[in-house]
Write a protein that binds this ligand. Structure first.
Ligand code: UDP
Length: 326
């Protein structure tokens, strides 16, 4: 299939891109490189452009006779979204509407959208697809707005849409070629591994008074290669005029303290911690119920435990201590 991977130079997008290519799809990347890395995209496959440039999107879709879009390009930091909602609404909402308009104008029907478990807010886990959606931060709101837009565009323009709600994407490619590299880095696992590499003195635990077993937040860490697998599978389960949703998690919750403990075992480093205040916008527990994805897509996470996930990330960080710069 001819697929336009929007945001394909970014973390999740670049891992999905690899998987699509190794499954014989003809893939193009559209990315403004504001957060992504050209080095994560195979030679000759990158179109540098902005989501807000509807004209360039239309031209790109027509030129490459695109059949499906995978949309990863977004701002995705909970804490940042609380202080800069303007950027989040512009990129995630206005930007995605521009992409949808370009699809309608160029007759592209299929779209797989990177949504998030942050659309749910504080709900009782495990989180199934149909639970109420009450986001508690602007990031989650922007993604929920687009889920609604996708359903409406699908019905009106016969689009075939999927919203894949990731839990906490993590890990790196098994061959060590690509991995997580954000600037600045704010995600737990890469920060912990930067401490192990001696690039930071300690990791802060944001909140130790949550109503969880050890007081730190609990998340469902899902490996990027498992996410990539779900993206490919869902392409053959799209339905004309409909938006389908899947929650992509392992079904297992891991606390911040448990992540740090696992990283100590994997790296052999003591990884000093500082207990800090809660980070605004963080729910106490997010843990997915992957039953629907298993039943309908035949998908389940291959990386179920946190240690192998951290091992894959550690291999990337050790081989590329400065990320894509080296
Ligand atoms: N976290 C932390 N210290 C850090 C970074 C993150 O305690 O330096 C916590 C954060 O509050 C959350 C969990 O780790 O409970 C995962 O955060 P991350 O930013 O990796 O992903 P998010 O859940 O925001 O998508």
């Amino acid at each position: 299939m001819r697929i336009l991977v929007v945001g394909g130079a970014g973390y999740v997008g670049s891992h999905c891109l690899r998987h699509l290519i190794s499954n014989h799809n003809d893939v193009w990347v559209y990315d403004n490189l504001s957060q992504g890395h050209a080095a994560a995209v195979p030679e000759g496959r990158l179109i540098v452009g902005d989501l807000l440039d509807t004209g360039k999107l239309i031209e790109t879709m027509k030129q490459h006779d695109i059949e499906a879009v995978m949309h990863f390009a977004a701002k995705a930091l909970v804490g940042e979204s609380v202080v800069r909602p303007d950027i989040y609404y512009k990129t995630n909402v206005t930007g995605t509407l521009s992409l949808l308009d370009a699809m309608v104008a160029s007759g592209v029907k299929k779209i797989v959208f990177s949504s998030t478990c942050a659309v749910f807010g504080n709900v009782q886990p495990p989180i199934t697809e149909d639970l109420p959606k009450n986001p508690i931060n602007p990031y989650g709101f922007t993604k929920l707005v687009i889920e609604h837009a996708l359903a409406d565009y699908a019905a009106a323009f016969q689009l075939e849409a999927a919203a894949l709600r990731y839990f906490n994407a993590c890990g790196a490619a098994s061959d060590g070629s690509i991995g997580e590299d954000h600037d600045p880095e704010s995600h737990l696992i890469p920060i912990v591994l930067q401490v192990a590499l001696g690039q930071r003195p300690h990791v802060q635990i944001y909140g130790t008074d949550y109503p969880t077993l050890d007081g730190s937040c609990v998340r469902d860490y899902i490996h990027v290669e498992d996410l990539a697998d779900a993206h490919l599978r869902v392409l053959s389960h799209l339905k004309p005029g409909r938006l389908v949703h899947y929650n992509l998690g392992t079904g297992v919750g891991v606390s911040v303290r448990e992540v740090i403990e696992a990283a100590r075992r994997v790296t052999g480093h003591p990884i000093p911690v500082i207990e800090s205040d809660r980070r605004p916008g963080d729910p106490a527990v997010l843990m997915g119920d992957p039953t629907k994805a298993l039943k309908e897509l035949g998908w389940s996470a291959k990386f179920k435990a946190i240690e192998p996930v951290i091992k894959s990330a550690w291999a990337w960080h050790q081989a590329h201590p400065s990320g894509f710069q080296k």
